[in-house]
Ligand binder design. Structure first.
Ligand code: PCA
Length: 193
């Protein structure tokens, strides 16, 4: 059995629902062959989401971590390649923080790459007739902050070879129905364990 941790986010901005949270809730009730799935919901707060996920990685020791976030302006499943070293918020996070072009780590690299197989994953999702693409920008809000912070942690603690990390941005309903988004996440897990 492989241990896999999947994370979603609380609602944010003017929304009362976050599809990433709904998908994680739906996944928690499913069985995936050979997978021991654990799930976690993260706060939409710069820095705090990173700390919550780091604590869960330490506690659960998963082999694969997939984070999900909602991005209303996308029209396909976006498998993110990287997180960049910038916090820049169009709207405040859930604790009122609204950074303006701030570096996440002034001594860190400009970007970190995620460590799942991005292109293979996208191809596998598309084979199931679910729209998907590789994305080279996760924005500059809390999702990007999480990718950068978690990859920084995995690299600096030399855990990146053992623990793979991937991030998926999902569009708003109804462009892709919830059960297909759930399927895309299951395919992502299977393509990377
Ligand atoms: N999407 C936001 C943060 C939480 C979420 O689901 C983002 O794309 O940064």
């Amino acid at each position: 059995m492989k241990k896999v941790l999947v994370t979603g986010f609380e609602p944010f901005g003017n929304d009362t629902v976050n599809l990433a949270l709904e998908v994680v809730k739906a996944l928690a009730n499913e069985k995936i062959p050979n997978v021991n799935l654990v799930t976690l919901i993260l706060p939409v707060v710069f820095g705090k989401a990173i700390e919550a996920l780091k604590a869960a990685i330490e506690r659960e020791q998963p082999e694969l971590v997939i984070s999900l976030g909602q991005a209303g302006d996308r029209n396909a499943i976006n498998v993110e390649k990287l997180g960049i070293n910038i916090n820049h918020a169009r709207i405040a996070d859930n604790e009122g923080n609204q950074p303006n072009e701030e570096m996440i780590d002034p001594t860190g690299p400009a970007a970190y790459f995620t460590t799942i197989k991005i292109s293979n994953t996208v191809e596998s999702i598309k084979e199931a007739e679910i729209p998907a693409k590789v994305s080279f920008s996760a924005g500059t809000y809390v999702c990007n902050n999480l990718i950068y912070g978690i990859m920084h942690y995995l690299y600096s603690s030399k855990k990146h070879e053992k623990i793979k990390y991937g991030f998926i941005h999902i569009p708003y309903l109804p462009s892709i129905p919830l059960n297909l988004i759930k399927k895309a996440v299951q395919i992502t897990i299977q393509a990377n364990i």
